[in-house]
Design a protein around this ligand. Structure first.
Ligand SMILES: NC(=O)c1ccc[n+]([C@@H]2O[C@H](COP(=O)([O-])OP(=O)(O)OC[C@H]3O[C@@H](n4cnc5c(N)ncnc54)[C@H](OP(=O)(O)O)[C@@H]3O)[C@@H](O)[C@H]2O)c1
Length: 276
């Protein structure tokens, strides 16, 4: 990628990361550490508002800030839109090429098979609708990276919840009729770097882990690999009773030669190893 800058000797790309305290933002800061990175958490930039004064014009924006409370968005769809649509518009307004992250929840899951980039989105939840509108707000110089079921060493995620619950219980009840690809944030951050440093055109890209499973399968694999003695009781989405509807099958695959990600099981092992 070229740097638009008056100083021809400047070698380092200037990269702005939003949502830097989130699980993906944290991984991106590590993977792009060779850049001149400005990593802003919510206190550095609340993306519902225009950007604060920056020390420099970025060459690249990695927009990881988002409202990610899927059930909470049903109660406050305008609050979610302010972050997921307004925030993306503000990040795009910086004028630099941008990577903005979207989700498998832009699909309703009724296809019953993996989704590729050209499939028509049809979000079933308020969260999914705000993320889809956020894609449109990203502008023309945007890589729109859809991923799924993110987990990492930090923040709120299914892996960390299972480790906590499994340590204190003999059994956990986990949904077994939703199928997707649990994606390790470090692998997503590395694939993002491959995308922006390759010759990938702007537009929609599906970057998710290889393989797929249900949440119950994922929980069993977590307990097995972490050496936790806890049974998984397989339940239905209806039994679990979450507020927001979720797609039954939301596996993401690329029809565009996207950078490949490792299998979710490999991501799980790498994340557990990093947790120590
Ligand atoms: N998590 C998943 O399973 C998943 C799946 C597919 C796609 N994605 C997408 O991937 C991206 C990264 O998600 P993630 O899992 O890293 O989420 P995350 O851990 O919840 O991180 C999002 C970060 O954004 C921050 N944020 C929220 N509102 C903000 C605001 N108004 N201004 C600035 N920062 C704000 C959050 O801060 P607070 O903690 O203070 O709220 C949090 O640090 C998002 O675009 C998400 O939609 C996530």
């Amino acid at each position: 990628m070229e740097h638009d800058d008056a100083d021809p000797l400047r070698a380092r790309r200037r990269t702005l990361i939003t949502g830097a305290a989130g699980q993906l933002g944290h991984a991106l800061a590590g993977v792009f550490a060779d850049d001149d990175v400005l990593a802003l958490g919510r206190e550095g930039w609340d993306v519902r508002f225009e950007s604060p004064a920056l020390p420099w014009q970025p060459d690249l924006v990695l927009h990881a800030a988002a409202w990610t409370n899927v059930d909470g968005a049903e109660d406050d769809p305008q609050g979610a839109a302010a972050v997921n649509v307004g925030g993306t518009a503000h990040a795009s307004a910086l004028g630099a090429p941008i990577v903005t992250y979207s989700t498998d929840y832009v699909f309703d899951g009724r296809k019953g098979a993996p989704y590729v980039e050209s499939d028509a989105p049809a979000p079933a939840s308020a969260y999914g609708r705000t993320k889809l509108h956020g894609e449109a707000a990203a502008g023309e110089r945007a890589w729109i990276v859809r991923s799924s079921w993110l987990f990492g060493e930090t923040g709120h995620n299914f892996l960390r919840t299972m480790l906590r619950l499994g340590a204190g219980r003999d059994e956990v009840a986990v949904v077994d009729d939703q199928r997707g690809s649990p994606t390790y944030v470090l692998h997503l951050a590395e694939a993002t770097r491959s995308l922006v440093e390759g010759d990938a055109a702007f537009g929609i890209w599906h970057l998710a882990a290889d393989g797929d499973c249900t949440w119950a399968d994922f929980a069993e694999a977590i307990f097995e690999d972490a050496g936790i003695d806890c049974r998984v009781r397989r339940i239905t989405t209806a039994e679990f009773g979450a507020k927001a509807p979720r797609p039954a099958v939301s596996i993401l695959r690329s029809e565009k030669c996207a950078p490949p990600l490792p299998h979710w099981r490999e991501g799980l092992r790498a994340c557990l190893a990093a947790l120590g």
